[in-house]
Design a protein around this ligand. Sequence first.
Ligand code: PAF
Length: 294
Amino acid sequence: MTGGGGTVGQLNVIRTVDGVRAAIAGWRRAGETVALIPTMGYLHEGHLALVDHGRRLCQRTVASLFVNPIQFGPTEDLDRYPRDEAGDRNKLQAAGCDLLYAPTVAEMYPPGFATGISVTGVSGGLCGAARPQMFGGVATVVTKLLLQTLPDVAVFGEKDYQQVLVIRRFVRDLDIPVRIEGAPTVREADGLALSSRNSYLTAAERGQAPVLFQTLTEAVGRLQEGGEVGPVLAEARARILAAGFSKLDYLELRDAETLEPLERTDRPGRLLVAAWLGRARLIDNVAVPEGKAQ
Ligand code: PAF
């Protein structure tokens, strides 16, 4: 059902700002806490783990579904981004989510919309360099979603590690009264991080894809044993390209909190990668604990 709101099965679907505010106000009047799980849909177990995370912290959970056009560059995959709202609704209902907020593009960006949130520092480099449009678009839409729903908690997946840090940054900078929770990456049995974009992989590419996580894990092991950062990263990059990936946007060791480049593992770090396999741009990251002195 479209319009202000409606019930499909048991899960209420709301498409307007007024509608979502009214639904949440009812919960607030009953003294209930609220978690928001922002998504772009085509939900998988990773998203459902975010819902679970929200349900452990709050009495009510709202999932948003909005494929945000302003975070895609002109040559990126906005038009072919996978969509399945009916399937998403069923999955959310089975996961115990209380409400699906699925605004239209016109509701989110009405004619004359002219405002953007821009975050410097942590959004530079890595995905911010490869996809210059992305973090401004993410910051703008997440700010709007937070102000529309005013949740106690908002939950994001750590597969998009830089995104979580960007969101924490502007939430702090703009004094938005919400707790941002990062939830661990959910993986297939062979290690591949779950992603809606995995649906772009052919069967052969799906067979090659786990090399990304295997390579990160092995590189962390070598760094822990005292391996030098430069050679360990160079070898990891070469291995990913040799496994059939066509291009690496980056594979880098960064400070886990600031995302500044790390030359040695003398502080908690994060090893982050973005690489192209066929039509899919896959990203992943793993923690790098402080290692032996180098
Ligand atoms: O991670 C995503 O799916 C999106 O970037 C988000 C946070 C829902 C904003 O559109």
